[in-house]
Design a protein around this ligand. Structure first.
Ligand SMILES: [Zn+2]
Length: 170
């Protein structure tokens, strides 16, 4: 956190945690339904790897309860900041017959963003505004603004996935 603050003075643990919870919830739900929902929020290489290994399973994520984030590394390379961490969460799964599975998970993820992407005070964990037309582009598809078609790299604004578990065993 200290190293992160040196690059980004308004960074806070609370804002970062909110972003982490939002991203992980979105990813883990997208694996069961529509993986492309998470596409703008990860590196293209990671998306390809997850897509190739994403196997449909009867059980889907109903809820995740986050317990703990354990940072394991922070570094800057080629104008991007990368943060590695383990996260502990309780996972609630259900199948179409309403059978429930519950388990505690500890998993490794990494996020990255541009060194120029600074935390804004009062910004919500989700909101990103198009630099071209000013529209709220939370729902970007295929890396373009759905209003004006400007191409957008979310990592220029906020944290996105650099690494995540490729194959999920539920
Ligand atoms: Zn736009």
């Amino acid at each position: 956190m200290k190293e992160m603050k040196a690059k980004d003075p308004k960074a806070s643990q609370m804002v970062f945690n909110k972003r982490v919870y939002y991203l992980i919830r979105t990813l883990e739900m997208a694996r069961d339904w529509k993986l492309s929902d998470i596409k703008p929020f990860m590196s293209p290489e990671l998306y390809t790897k997850i897509k190739q290994n994403n196997e449909y399973d009867d059980y889907y994520v109903v809820d995740l309860t986050f317990k703990k984030i354990i940072p394991t590394g922070y570094h800057v390379k080629d104008q991007i900041q990368i943060i590695d961490f383990d996260i502990v969460y309780d996972q609630l799964l259900m199948n179409p017959k309403k059978k429930i599975k519950q388990s505690k998970q500890k998993r490794h993820y990494a996020l990255y963003k541009s060194v120029n992407a600074l935390t804004k005070v009062n910004a919500s964990a989700q909101a990103i505004v198009c630099p071209n037309c000013g529209a709220n582009i939370n729902r970007i598809t295929e890396g373009v603004c759905s209003y004006c078609n400007a191409s957008i790299d979310v990592a220029d604004f906020d944290w996105v996935f650099y690494d995540a578990p490729i194959e999920m065993t539920k």
